[in-house]
Design a protein around this ligand. Structure first.
Ligand code: 4NP
Length: 158
């Protein structure tokens, strides 16, 4: 059965598109594309229908990720359709736990809890930072965390 991953952040224009792109790339490189489906969405509705922030697009392009998805807001049905829903920071996790319906089937997980040092486990919001550095950092955190999650999931640990 295909397992489904949903990457969540506040706006779905910075961190979660990068996390989605990196997870797809990680799965492809592992030759496991037939077994996984990956999407992303926002907690808030401000940027629905928009492409990611130009800095997120630039960082993905630099790393050969061809990203085409548009922002959407999370909905109740996502908690029934997806197996794993990942937040990027503690605020995302609070929101996900608050929004989850009683019959949610999804595991709600902090992406940075996979493979990252304790001090690096929060993928900080780069939207209000100047320049690209916060986006590159988010990308690098996602590379480590996505690989570590896929390893754990493949081993049946999560
Ligand atoms: P993201 O960054 O959650 O990583 O997509 C943000 C983008 C936009 C806003 C906040 C965070 N905003 O408030 O518009």
């Amino acid at each position: 059965m295909v397992k489904k991953i949903l990457m969540i952040c506040l706006g779905n224009i910075c961190r979660s598109p990068i996390a989605e792109g990196v997870m797809i790339e990680t799965i492809e490189q592992a030759g496991a594309s037939a077994e996984w489906k990956v999407d992303s969405a926002a907690i808030g509705g401000w940027h629905v229908g928009n492409s990611p922030d130009h800095r997120a697009m630039k960082i993905m392009k630099n790393h050969n990720i061809d990203y085409k998805n548009k922002a959407r807001q999370i909905k109740k049905d996502d908690f029934l359709q997806f197996d794993y829903i990942f937040g990027m920071d503690d605020e995302n996790m609070d929101d996900l736990n608050r929004l989850a319906p009683a019959n949610s089937k999804a595991k709600l997980l902090l992406l940075g809890d996979f493979g990252l040092e304790k001090s690096e486990r929060i993928i900080e919001d780069p939207y209000y930072q100047r320049g690209d550095a916060g986006f590159e950092k988010a990308y690098q955190q996602c590379v480590v965390a996505c690989a570590a999650f896929l390893k754990d999931a493949t081993a049946g640990k999560v």
